[in-house]
Design a binder for this molecule. Structure first.
Ligand code: FCB
Length: 462
């Protein structure tokens, strides 16, 4: 338990990124294309070709993190750098990059928290079916072994597969993310394989790195019924099964939720891709659950639709981010307390943040007041959840840098640190200064006193 507003000793404070969103250098040191190189080229979208050039600038970025008092950094390992064809030959040059970065983080007192898979599947595997092919889960286990053998002696926390729900839904049901397919059954097949890949990785981590802590980062949404009408209440429960329990229950209880299973079988027929033994593997004991939280879902019944609910737009009067997502810290508190009660697992906040597009003012300072307000609200909600008994290991803000927001490109800015994508100049935003003072105090502070630059602004060019 904490005293009000304070966090436990040893609480991890930091930020998160992922390889394709920040690294750039897509042709460097033997990297092969991923599905995101292909998808952005095919659709004419902004690509990660340059991104934040973090592959080359990681040391300066690590200095920035240290200067902001951060004690942990969540980044992802790029499979197409390490095993470029997905299976087989290991690319030592790609691996050496992460080896140096892990050492560089540790030298600066920053705990490395790598994610094994954050969506940049080697294109060579996609050409053989990608996540629709069960063999990809075996390839992932093989790649995981390579990562563990190279970095496992220094990495204390491993994250497995980022947000299978988002991959499944945006990549395979709605066609908005790579590889751009649109089919409910395929999306469920892929979700199962992603969970199986998580289970495979957990098994490998247990075997090779018994002292490490590990778990899966899930995108989790509190789903609220729009009214007390039993139909809306049931719809919200259904939607919650779809977004949350379909992933939480197999990982933390070793079984799929029966209500959601029945709904899916009604819609797509037998889920016969779930094979005997799969759920035992998926349910391999986790040490922690990664929580990615951005917003809530308000749900109304829609019995005539395939999935029998509708997600309502932002409620008038509720603050929204610059991308229109409702900014509701209270829902974050509800989510964390609910997870603690239902699953009683240590939580690591692996993503939380929002889009605020403020850029530098003429004096060079980035006054991202929306992010400061939201960060304050969410940290307060987090601290109340800790007071209410949730076991929270740390908080990793999304994101360290303004980066490639997938299909939305560079137009959406999630960073604590502003990036001028033409020059790669970094500028610490007001939100980052506020965050640094919170970290130093290990308690929630009033932003009014703590987001102004201490000395001159613009002290953080590359
Ligand atoms: C999450 C992703 C992350 C980032 C944030 C905004 O779904 O894991 O890469 O794009 O959303």
């Amino acid at each position: 338990m904490s005293t009000a507003g304070a966090f436990p000793d040893g609480f991890l404070w930091g930020a998160a990124t992922s390889s394709y969103q920040v690294e750039g250098a897509v042709d460097a040191d033997g990297r092969a294309p991923s599905i995101w190189d292909t998808f952005t080229a095919e659709r004419g979208l902004d690509s990660g070709a340059d991104a934040c050039d973090h592959y080359r600038r990681w040391a300066a970025d690590a200095d920035l993190m240290a200067g902001l008092n951060m004690t942990a950094y969540r980044f992802s390992l790029a499979w197409p750098r390490i095993v470029p064809q997905g299976t087989g030959a290991v690319n030592r040059a790609g691996l050496a990059h992460y080896d140096r970065m892990v050492d560089g983080l540790l030298e600066r007192g920053i705990t490395p928290v790598p994610t094994l898979y954050h969506w940049d599947l080697p294109q060579a595997l996609q050409d053989r079916g990608g996540w629709t092919d069960r063999a990809t889960t075996e390839a992932f286990a093989e790649y995981t072994d390579v990562c563990l053998d190279a970095l496992g002696d220094r990495v204390p926390i491993w994250l497995t597969v980022n947000e299978p729900w988002v991959v499944s839904v945006l990549g395979y049901r709605l066609g908005l993310h790579a590889p751009g397919e649109r089919d409910l059954r395929t999306s469920l097949l892929v979700a199962h394989h992603l969970l199986l890949a998580h289970g495979q990785a957990m098994g490998r981590i247990r075997e090779r790195c018994p002292d490490a802590r590990a778990g899966i980062p899930l995108s989790l949404f509190p789903n609220y019924p729009v009214s007390d009408d039993p139909a809306d209440v049931a719809a919200a429960r259904g939607s919650e099964g779809y977004t949350n329990r379909w992933y939480l229950d197999p990982v933390l209880r070793g079984r799929y939720p029966a209500d959601t299973w029945d709904l899916f079988e009604r819609l797509v027929g037998p889920l016969d891709f779930v094979q005997p033994g799969d759920l035992d593997l998926i349910g391999t004991r986790s040490d922690l659950l990664g929580v990615n939280y951005y917003t809530r879902r308000r749900i109304a019944a829609a019995p005539q639709d395939g999935l029998p609910w509708r997600v309502l737009p932002a409620q008038p009067g509720v603050p929204v981010t610059d991308s229109g997502w409702e900014d509701v810290p209270e829902a974050f508190h509800d989510l964390l307390v609910g997870l603690h009660r239902e699953y009683d697992v240590p939580l690591l906040i692996t993503e939380n943040g929002g889009v605020w597009n403020a850029g530098p003012d003429p004096d060079g300072r980035v006054r991202d007041t929306g992010r400061v307000r939201a960060l304050h609200g969410h940290l307060r909600a987090l601290s109340r959840a800790v007071d209410d008994g949730a076991r929270v290991l740390g908080y990793l803000h999304w994101s360290l840098l303004d980066n490639l927001e997938w299909a939305e490109g560079y137009a959406q800015r999630f960073g604590l640190v502003h990036v001028d994508h033409a020059t790669q100049r970094r500028t610490v935003k007001d939100s980052a200064r506020y965050y640094a003072s919170v970290i130093a105090a290990n308690r929630v502070l009033d932003p009014a006193d703590h987001s102004a630059p201490a000395g001159s602004a613009g002290d953080d060019g590359p």
